[in-house]
Design a protein around this ligand. Structure first.
Ligand code: SF4
Length: 413
């Protein structure tokens, strides 16, 4: 099926035809469904669109997922049975098409094939789950099955296939798929992609720095924190159900896997024993626990479990997983075993879907808080004893040299 382009729209603009000048896209309204891996790549799309001249207020993200959103905007548009994070996208599309006071012109729903990752180069690949990749095609079908809802609402549907993990191919991918949609030339595509990656790198770096500040504070004050081991879209309040916020409200700082600090001094300290015995080639090497390392988010979950097992102040891991997630199934046991090997607490909330089990969450958060309070001091001391006293985060009051037996123990985690 062929989708309409915005040739008419650009044709009305006097500057559109002037070679070398920036085209006027300031009034163009672009809607982006805030789903799946948009959660960790949205700054790329914001930077990209802003460089093209789309103004900030005209870049519209859908709301967090909710049952109401699905009921009001996505009802009857489901196609194949799927995991909840994909199934709920119908509501996001519908909200962008039907729920805006000022209509959007373009619905931009990228098919993200691979992701930027700190593990890039240390793993087999950083591709996304196939359901993530194909999600936009799946959901689009629900808006075309009876009649073309996009055309009826004068919305251009744009779904570029992008390998954000392989930067060298992105300009070409975006130019070939979006050139008609945005009236793009090659030069401005290059500029916009460069700006997109700069914006993404900048925000990722800033949040990682905040993660390090949290760990430094914990180290200085002998306090525990909690690591959320989940996929990026569990940050969506309608997918992850704000479980981490409930734990934070009990006084425990939260770190998300996606924004763990990756500084070499910290990583080398945590993985020193493994590197010394040649068990891994780099702190980002997960071949010791996960050989089939193709899937970006899965790789990061396994790496995050290893970091949590070693980092003294991460005394608890909270694992989140969605209803019908096939990708998570094989990771449950290994990630739990890795985390618990050093006595770190591990709690799993599985099969999360549209309904927030508020009562169950409350009871379990009370349990987590109880165990955190009771066992964190011992967990911190025990994990510190496995590590060298030269902690890059803070001066440790009573550093302890690891014994040979303790060093041996950490290398088998
Ligand atoms: S990783 Fe799991 S939850 Fe995410 S899209 Fe794939 S199957 Fe669905």
């Amino acid at each position: 099926m062929r989708f309409p382009t915005l040739q008419t729209w650009f044709g009305k603009k006097a500057s559109a035809a002037t070679k070398g000048q920036r085209k006027d896209r300031s009034q163009l309204r672009v809607g982006i469904p805030k789903v799946l891996n948009i959660w960790t790549t949205h700054q790329f799309w914001v930077g990209f669109l802003k460089e093209l001249g789309v103004s900030s207020e005209n870049i519209i993200f859908s709301s967090d997922t909710s049952e109401e959103q699905g009921r009001e905007f996505g009802k009857g548009r489901g196609t194949v049975d799927c995991c909840y994070p994909v199934k709920c996208i119908s509501g996001h599309y519908g909200e962008l098409i039907f729920g805006q006071k000022k209509k959007i012109n373009i619905l931009l729903s990228p098919m993200i094939h691979s992701l930027p990752s700190a593990l890039y180069g240390h793993v087999e690949d950083t591709v996304t789950c196939t359901r993530v990749m194909a999600g936009p095609e799946n959901i689009k079908a629900g808006f075309l099955k009876e009649r073309d809802i996009f055309a009826e609402n004068n919305v251009v549907y744009a779904s570029p296939f992008v390998s954000l993990g392989d930067r060298h191919v992105v300009t070409e991918q975006i130019h070939s798929s979006l050139k008609d949609v945005f009236d793009l030339d090659a030069e401005e595509t290059t500029r916009a992609v460069t700006r997109g990656f700069a914006a993404l790198d900048d925000v990722t770096e800033r949040i990682r720095r905040q993660g390090r500040e949290i760990l430094s504070w914990c180290a200085e004050n002998h306090k525990p924190c909690v690591l959320v081991l989940a996929r990026p879209y569990h940050m969506d309040t309608g997918i992850g159900h704000e479980i981490e916020a409930e734990i934070q409200a009990c006084g425990y700082p939260i770190l998300w896997l996606q924004y763990l600090p990756t500084d070499p001094d910290l990583m080398n300290w945590l993985f020193e024993a493994d590197l010394k015995v040649g068990r891994i080639k780099s702190p980002f090497d997960i071949s010791d626990v996960w050989t089939s390392s193709y899937s970006s988010n899965t790789n990061e979950i396994m790496w995050g479990a290893k970091v949590a097992a070693r980092c003294p102040w991460i005394t608890c891991v909270v694992r989140l997983s969605s209803y019908e997630c096939g990708m998570d199934q094989p990771t449950y046991t290994p990630s739990q075993k890795i985390v618990e090997a050093t006595g770190t607490l591990y709690f799993k909330f599985g099969d999360l879907d549209s309904t927030k089990p508020a009562g169950g969450i409350k009871i379990r958060v009370e349990t987590i808080s109880h165990y955190l309070g009771k066992y964190s001091p011992q967990i911190i001391q025990r994990k510190l004893s496995y590590l060298s006293p030269h902690c890059p985060l803070a001066e440790l009051n009573s550093p302890t040299e690891p014994s040979a037996a303790e060093t041996a123990r950490i290398t088998v985690v």
